[in-house]
Design a protein around this ligand. Structure first.
Ligand code: HH2
Length: 263
């Protein structure tokens, strides 16, 4: 029997400086609804860009950007995740209806995040990133990238479980582009199946990332859909549970066609 298709996490950045769609949405709630109409199973709301070297956003500003959007989408019956490294943003997003926490620091950036996650019933994405967005590219140094990222994620899963977050709530993400050069990203993508040894569902976020022009030649962010779809299908082939993408409709179509043609 064919494996289930990955579910689609649609990216909704409420930031002026995200690498791919910063400042694009005049009406973020309408943009989120449109992502759902296009086939997103869940909308990932983020108020702080995590691109290399991005400026950290103060708490008040991140709350101001994200919480009304989380609340409005949740009220409209849309499943929402909150992309944040701040425990207070997690807390208020959960109160506003978020059902998933997406933390690129794997609950390390804020000492209160583990407790906030443990006290909730939300799913929690633990992503691999060495250091933080300011330092991560200087820390891109691996002998065996896939094995080292798997070991890091296994350790974070163990920490989360001992803090009281049931394994059934955890999702692991190799963190494509976070503190990784092209060869590291490619090693991880080629060995994606090995990440199933973690024993939790996997999430892949490669949409529009800079490995696409690094592989295929110069392409501005807006012209990276073909490469993004290729990476999404690689994730599907490897059996990931979730794909974090900007181009939801195109990804949904690619997944359906890919699945039908191989069943
Ligand atoms: N990538 C970005 C942000 N959040 N979360 C997870 N779990 N996995 C990812 O790969 C991931 C993520 C990329 O950073 P950002 O600068 O915010 O850009 P965008 O949100 O447009 O992808």
């Amino acid at each position: 029997m064919a494996a289930a298709l990955p579910r689609i996490m649609g990216i909704l950045n409420v930031t002026p400086d995200s690498f791919s769609d910063g400042g694009r949405h005049a009406d973020p709630v309408a943009a989120g609804m449109a992502l759902r109409e296009a086939g997103a199973d869940l909308i990932d709301v983020g108020g702080e860009s995590t691109r290399p070297g991005a400026t950290p956003v103060p708490l008040d500003e991140e709350l101001r950007r994200t919480i009304p959007v989380v609340a409005a989408l949740s009220r409209a019956g849309v499943a929402v995740s909150i992309d944040t490294m701040k425990a207070e943003v997690m807390r208020q997003a959960l109160a506003a209806g978020a059902m998933m926490l997406n933390d690129v620091s794997a609950l390390q950036a804020d000492p209160e995040s583990l407790a906030v996650a443990a006290q909730s019933t939300a799913h929690v994405v633990l992503m691999h990133m060495p250091g933080n967005p300011q330092t991560m590219q200087a820390l891109a140094d691996y002998r065996d990238p896939a094995a080292e990222v798997i070991a890091h994620l296994a350790a974070r899963i163990a920490v989360a479980e001992s803090a009281g977050i049931a394994r059934e709530r955890l999702i692991a993400d190799p963190g494509i582009g976070f503190g990784k050069g092209l060869e590291h990203n490619l090693a991880i993508l080629r060995q994606l199946e090995a990440f199933h040894s973690l024993g939790v569902p996997l999430l892949l976020g490669a949409s529009r990332k800079s490995l696409i022009p690094a592989i295929a030649g110069p392409a501005p962010v807006a012209d990276r859909l073909p490469g993004s779809l290729a990476l999404a299908l690689r994730g599907a082939e490897a059996g990931v549970a979730w794909l974090r993408v900007h181009d939801v409709g195109a990804t949904a179509q690619a997944l359906k066609v890919w699945a039908a043609a191989r069943a």
